[in-house]
Design a protein around this ligand. Sequence first.
Ligand SMILES: NC(=O)c1ccc[n+]([C@@H]2O[C@H](COP(=O)([O-])OP(=O)(O)OC[C@H]3O[C@@H](n4cnc5c(N)ncnc54)[C@H](OP(=O)(O)O)[C@@H]3O)[C@@H](O)[C@H]2O)c1
Length: 117
Amino acid sequence: MNQLLVHAGNTPRELLDHCAATGIRVQAYSPIAHGAILEHPEVAAMAERHGVSVPQLCIRCTLQLDAVPLPKTANPEHMRANAEVDFEITGEDMAALERLDARDYGEHAAFPVYSGK
Ligand SMILES: NC(=O)c1ccc[n+]([C@@H]2O[C@H](COP(=O)([O-])OP(=O)(O)OC[C@H]3O[C@@H](n4cnc5c(N)ncnc54)[C@H](OP(=O)(O)O)[C@@H]3O)[C@@H](O)[C@H]2O)c1
């Protein structure tokens, strides 16, 4: 088991492939990009097309990357919604989410892992 920063817009392909090839299960921490991706227009448009929320799309994305998502929420409604990910992201949309660069965490970058503080 390895816990890695994995989310739509940050998919370390070589590392994910290495883990898959060597039997290491990946846990995706911060699957909603620490909340920063909620404002991403391309991701929001894709979520709308799928009839889901951005967090649901992002959590589903990590599942389809064969990772175990570790979303954090302090809101019971969000927690309930985050578990409702029984839909399929198309191969084309998965590829688009992999191509995306969503590693600017903005105001959320104060989190120690990202800020280096
Ligand atoms: N191993 C490591 O080095 C490492 C590093 C970082 C994090 N982690 C772990 O990974 C987990 C998650 O990380 P994280 O907190 O950085 O990021 P995250 O799960 O990507 O994002 C959390 C943010 O998303 C919001 N959110 C969640 N569900 C939502 C929904 N349905 N609608 C709207 N907003 C929603 C949360 O706000 P609300 O509370 O308002 O819902 C919170 O602001 C944590 O348990 C953490 O311990 C591990």
